[in-house]
Every structure is written in C-alpha cells, then in structure tokens.
Design a protein around this ligand. Sequence first.
Ligand code: TYD
Length: 219
Amino acid sequence: MRKGLFITFEGLEGCGKTTQAKMLYNLLNKKGIPFIFTKEPGGTKIGQKIRKILLDQKNDSMDYKAEMLLFLASRAENVRLIILPALEEGKIVISDRFYDSTTAYQGYGRGIDLKIIKHLNALVVGKAIPDITFFLDIEPQEGLKRSTAFSNSREIRFEEEFVNKKIIDGKLFLERVRDGYYKLSQEESGRIKVIDANRSKEEIFKDIIKIVNKKMAIR
Ligand code: TYD
C-alpha cells in the first residue's frame, strides 16, 4: 500500500526547481516530517553511472532512442530502490525531475512518439505516480542565462541545443520542451501546477507551500 506523498519538480534549465526542492526539504527537516530527496537522472548507484553516460559531452552524438532508454533505465532503478519503498513507509518523496521530463524533452523536444513514451513511463513507474508536480515556468533564454549548468561544462546533455541554439521545425529546442510542459499541465491540471518562476525564490516558495499544505490536509 502506498501511504506517502510524492512531489516532483519540473521545468527548463535555470528555472530554480532545485532551489525550491531544497527549500521544501529544509522545511520538512525543521518540522521533523520524514522525507527523502532524489533526483533524475541519478538517485541510485546505477542511476549515477547512467547519469555520467548521459551528461558526458563525449556522448553528445548518442542516438535519441538510446538517450530516452537510459533516462528510463535510471528511473526504473530509482522507483524500485528509493521511491516506492519510501512511499510505502509513508514518507514524503521529493524528486528533482521525474517522468514528465522524458515526455517534455524526449517527446516534445526530440520528437519521439508520445504514445511510446507514455507506455514506457507507465511500465517503469508503476504505482509511483506523483501526487503533486510543480512545473516552474520560465522563458528559455532567461533560464539559460541563470543556469549554472554551464559552469560545469563537462555536464551538459544538450550542448548543441542550448549553446548553439538549434532550431527544430522553426522552434528552439527549449521552446518545444516548454510547450510540452504546458500541454502536460493542461492534460493533468489536477496534478501539475504551473508556477511562475520569474519571481523571487521566497514568493515562489509561498505558492509551493500553500499547495503542499492543502494536499496534506486533505489526506
Ligand atoms: P541536470 O544536470 O540534472 O540538470 P537540471 O538541473 O536542469 O535538472 O541534467 C539533467 C538533464 O537531462 C536536463 O537537461 C534535463 C534532461 N532530462 C531529459 O532530457 N529527460 C529526462 O527524462 C530527465 C530526467 C532529464
């Protein structure tokens, strides 16, 4: 039986989701509420190895389908070893990115068949479906300016798309990803909350806490 609460953070690079996830876990820590924090890709030993492969610039010519399957492989490990056990123990699970990233980046961004992604995501996550997903929305260019990804230049997945600003069917890759997140949030408006990330981190956090509190009170 799943008893915990599963919260995921999503958005483009530089949207501030990692900061917000950390603010949330600091608060839970202070209140003594049991939680775990995880991130994708990564989260487990095998996940860390997969993350290295995915973010190694030497692998930037990787086949799109191989890339998608590696994100999914990392997720399968994360769900089985970290997320489901914690939810079964009644903990709050916070994940910095989860399955909506694959739909947005590999589906809407890369153009891989959305139906296939939906099936594969369902296979991999099983019962680990997020209760709340925060989509921190920011303009792609603003996000890239803020992003710290480039300070660690060996760890970038989409160098061609971000640095050289590759256009696909008349749109920047990150605009396609952002459109994908919008579509997802319309389809699943109960779960995915669009948060205007173009504000101070304190203002954003107020919105997040309001939504988390409401969900916890209902349960
Ligand atoms: P990371 O360094 O964790 O960046 P961020 O701080 O933006 O989360 O790198 C993860 C990169 O992988 C990021 O560009 C988003 C991308 N990604 C996918 O394309 N598909 C996925 O399923 C996931 C989880 C991430």
